[in-house]
Design a protein around this ligand. Structure first.
Ligand code: MN
Length: 134
């Protein structure tokens, strides 16, 4: 099976390094971007299978980048996961309203991280199948 390609959008180098390490260890192919604008451009260019994106990002923040992705036909269906310390109910709602499908809270739980990514991908493929059959 082809490797699943993950685009990681994160401005904090420590978090970026940790997530990249965990994803590569779980056999994902990983590309990275350091701000929301670069994230959007890389996503259009690479068409990854899933995008993991921080919310507090320079240039264009994660909420805005998510809206840009959802408004673009090339990226409208791509699973989009927020990786964020903003986990109050209002924050979650705002992330979902911007187009995110799910979120992983920071600090990154090393033991749970792969499971959360796999679960988000699985939920998205279920939704796609439901939409395709309706
Ligand atoms: Mn950040």
């Amino acid at each position: 099976m082809a490797q699943i390609h993950v685009l990681l959008v994160e401005d904090n180098e420590d978090n970026l390094d940790l997530m990249k390490f965990l994803l590569e260890r779980a056999s994902y192919l990983v590309s990275t971007a350091r701000n929301g604008r670069e994230g959007f451009d890389r996503a259009c260019e690479l068409k990854p299978d899933v995008i993991l994106m921080d919310l507090s990002l320079p240039e264009v923040d994660g909420w805005t980048a998510a809206k840009m992705m959802r408004a673009d036909s090339r990226l409208a269906q791509t699973p989009l996961i927020a990786v964020t310390a903003h986990t109050l109910p209002g924050d979650r709602r705002k992330a979902f309203d911007s187009g995110f499908d799910s979120y992983i809270s920071k600090p990154i739980n090393v033991r749970m991280f792969d499971i959360m990514v796999a679960k988000a991908l699985e939920e998205k493929s279920k939704t796609n199948r439901r939409e395709a059959s309706s």
